[in-house]
Design a protein around this ligand. Structure first.
Ligand code: ZN
Length: 317
């Protein structure tokens, strides 16, 4: 069955089913009543039961769904209608199909970064410059004001706390997709209990903690870079380099609410996957462009250019 559903309250004592998707690698955990044959992430109809994996970390926090599946579908319907005219036919008029809510595992990471940095700082100054030009056939000397930049190097150390970096722990939902759905309002985080996700499909982390930690550290260093960029004095800067020693790392697994929709817009195309932030309603999807529409538009532009050129040559007379 692949019906959209509302959360149900079921007995907590029921053993949960462990399902795996051979297509995208998602590792689902559901209650028997929610047994699914289709993967909520990739819609592959090949979800199989799997033995529970021992040693999987338990979530520490979970963020609840604030958006109903009806609202999620409305958001997606509006999103589809607002796609640009060059998307493949059928997308803008497609009906959002099945809606599935999934608690996606992610790591919440924060750290104290001790950063050493180096950059070139540019200070602008104005200067009068004399130059020669030709006026009425005579060579004359004139002056003008020009802006020049003086560069000096700056280096130093900066300590800062980087909080609330979120990275996916799921192979079913890539990190760039999670980033497109962010931000989540993390003030809504609650301590995880199984009752919190009762009635929902949840996923176990399918990426290793080491993979997730590496990604989180990379994002933290990027945030340090952005912060340094804003902190740089002068009128401009270039060659900003930085390296951080990371201390007091905190890594907590949490579950994030995501609605996943499979939108069928053509018989011969795989369904378009659209994701909705289950808290804010932010929609993310990649509507494919129509090769024919783009080609036709380019040809029309080329034709107009050719006509304009023809007319400018006097050929239109
Ligand atoms: Zn899948």
């Amino acid at each position: 069955m692949s019906e959209p559903y509302e959360p149900t309250t079921s007995a907590m004592s029921e053993p949960r089913l462990h399902l795996g998707c051979p297509s995208c690698g998602a590792q689902l955990v559901v209650e028997p009543a929610l047994r699914t044959m289709r993967c909520p992430y990739c819609a592959a109809p090949s979800v199989v039961e799997r033995p529970p994996v021992p040693g999987i970390p338990e979530p520490v926090f979970a963020l609840g769904f604030a958006l109903t599946h009806v609202a999620a579908r409305e958001h997606v319907a509006r999103w589809l209608k607002s796609r640009n005219p060059f998307t493949r036919s059928g997308i803008r008029s497609a009906e959002p199909g099945e809606v599935r809510g999934v608690y996606v595992p992610a790591y919440l990471y924060s750290v104290l970064a001790q950063t050493r940095f180096r950059a070139s700082i540019g200070e602008n100054y104005q200067e009068q410059e004399t130059y020669t030009t030709t006026e009425n056939g005579k060579t004359v000397t004139r002056t003008r004001t020009v802006t020049r930049t003086e560069w000096r190097s700056l280096g130093g150390e900066l300590a800062g706390y980087v909080a609330d970096v979120l990275v996916t722990a799921s192979t079913g939902l890539r990190n760039d997709e999670l980033e497109a759905l962010e931000p989540f309002d993390l003030r809504g985080l609650a301590r995880y209990t199984p009752a919190l996700v009762s009635g929902w499909v949840a996923e176990e982390p399918s990426l290793t903690p080491a993979q997730c930690l590496a990604q989180a550290r990379k994002e933290a260093e990027e945030r340090v870079g952005e912060r340094l960029g804003r902190f740089m004095p002068g009128d401009s800067h270039r060659e900003l380099e930085h390296e951080s020693r990371l201390e007091w790392e905190a890594v907590d697994m949490c579950l994030l609410p995501v609605w996943v929709l499979a939108v069928r817009y053509a018989e011969d195309a795989p369904p378009l996957r659209v994701l909705v932030n289950g808290q804010t309603g932010e929609v993310h999807g990649k509507a494919p462009l129509s090769v024919w529409k783009v080609t036709a538009a380019v040809l029309v532009v080329l034709l107009l250019v050719a006509v304009a050129w023809f007319l400018s040559q006097g050929g239109g007379r």
